[in-house]
Design a protein around this ligand. Structure first.
Ligand code: NAD
Length: 265
């Protein structure tokens, strides 16, 4: 999959079409959506009107938490079909369980159902917001190792432990909110200084840091100039001093919920 993709969290369905169209025009080929974002149809319209060959695109969506107590196998398989239909696709590249919800104790059922989906309809499946304990339980009790773990990860929340567990198990780490949702992180003076040294923007410096760590990233923007800016990160390289400066920014800067506690649906 492309190491840098485009995320559409909190983009309403009607705006998703224009944002994804701008992203595809800028050169992005990987799009990250979710059933819970309510914009799979808008994403699908942009994909259809792009004229791009299907094999050039890498499309990810996610299974949302069930409103009932726990997912069943059949309900998971029905929901996968419904996401594909909303996207207007007959094959998905990556399907993720959105949250582990350990209090519902259903993620083993969900992942076993994902593993049943034929490869011609689903190229790969993975997880999101899994801690090392969730990953190890999944592997120990089902033998399933997901292709990828999409987790909150940015310079103020570097997730050293989960990244190490992903690596040990052979799971790709993908960073959600890679820019820390833009707020204070992009005003950080250390990041400004690294960015200034390379003549790039703070967002570009942060994205470059992710790429050099080996993370897959899916920054979001609905502003065409920023959409292009966020992809233009392959013409410079951070040096050892820059990477050390970024390492020093780590703190308990989580912006989303804790995976052991979150249970919406
Ligand atoms: P992000 O870190 O990508 O930040 C996006 C915000 O940063 C934008 O809304 C904008 O305000 C700002 N921004 C973007 N580019 C900028 C630039 N060049 N200069 C200045 N400001 C800029 O945050 P996100 O949208 O939360 O995360 C990215 C994607 O991750 C989402 O769209 C979604 O696909 C995914 N995600 C997944 C989960 C999950 O639970 N799996 C949760 C949140 C997000």
């Amino acid at each position: 999959m492309p190491q840098l993709g485009f995320g559409v969290f909190q983009v309403p369905d009607d705006e998703a079409e224009s944002a994804v169209t701008a992203a595809l025009a800028a050169g992005y080929r990987s799009i990250d959506t979710a059933q819970a974002y309510g914009n799979e149809e808008g994403v699908g319209r942009a994909l259809a009107s792009s004229g791009l060959p299907r094999e050039d695109l890498f499309i990810t969506t996610k299974l949302w938490n069930s409103a009932s107590t726990a997912w069943t196998r059949d309900a998971v398989l029905r929901e996968f079909d419904a996401s594909l239909a909303r996207l207007g696709l007959d094959r998905l590249d990556l399907y993720l369980i959105h949250w582990p919800r350990p209090m519902r104790d259903d993620y083993l059922t969900v992942l076993r159902a994902f593993a049943e989906i034929p490869r011609e309809r689903l190229r790969a499946f993975g997880v999101s917001n899994f801690t090392p304990a969730h990953l190890r339980r999944l592997k120990d009790e089902t033998g399933i190792v997901p292709a990828l773990n999409q987790i909150e990860l940015h310079p103020y929340f570097q997730q050293t432990e989960t990244r190490a567990a992903d690596e040990e198990l052979g799971v790709v780490t993908e960073a959600w909110s890679p820019l820390g949702q833009g707020k204070g992180l992009l005003d950080d003076p250390v990041i400004a200084s690294v960015a200034g040294k390379h003549g790039v923007t703070p967002a570009q410096a942060v994205l470059r840091w992710h790429l050099q760590l080996g993370n897959v990233v899916i920054p979001k923007s609905v502003t065409p100039s920023r959409i292009r800016e966020n992809l233009d990160v392959f013409g410079f390289e951070l040096d050892g001093d820059d990477m050390t400066a970024f390492a020093g920014l780590d703190r308990d800067g989580r912006v989303g919920p804790h995976p052991d506690e979150f249970d919406a649906g």
